[in-house]
Design a protein. Structure first.
Length: 100
């Protein structure tokens, strides 16, 4: 399963970013292969619609679960329609991965 984790930095030692649509990075972790990819959030500075554009990106990458600090209502609606689980938490990315 692909899990998307919002992060303040570009590695597993980073803190989870409390913002979904305006997070610094998206870390996509594959629970089967134990590998991950990191992408900078190109919508971080968007004038509007950051959450919905970021949500579309996450769906395109095949994530089945989102782990973040907070999700706005529009992105949350997109995830709900797609059947994607959203988990709100804080801490280090690697701690979350260890608990998957």
């Amino acid at each position: 399963m692909i899990v998307c984790i919002t992060a303040q930095g570009n590695n597993l030692d980073s803190e989870i970013d409390p913002r979904f649509g305006r997070c610094s990075y998206f870390i996509f972790y594959d629970t089967e292969t134990k590998t991950y990819e990191v992408f900078p959030n190109k919508w971080k500075e968007a004038m509007g619609g950051a959450g919905t554009q970021a949500a579309q990106f996450v769906l395109e990458k095949g994530a089945k679960k989102i782990i973040t600090g907070n999700v706005g209502p529009r992105a949350e609606a997109i995830f709900k329609l797609a059947g994607i689980e959203v988990v709100l938490t804080s801490g280090k990315v690697k701690e979350v991965i260890n608990n998957l």
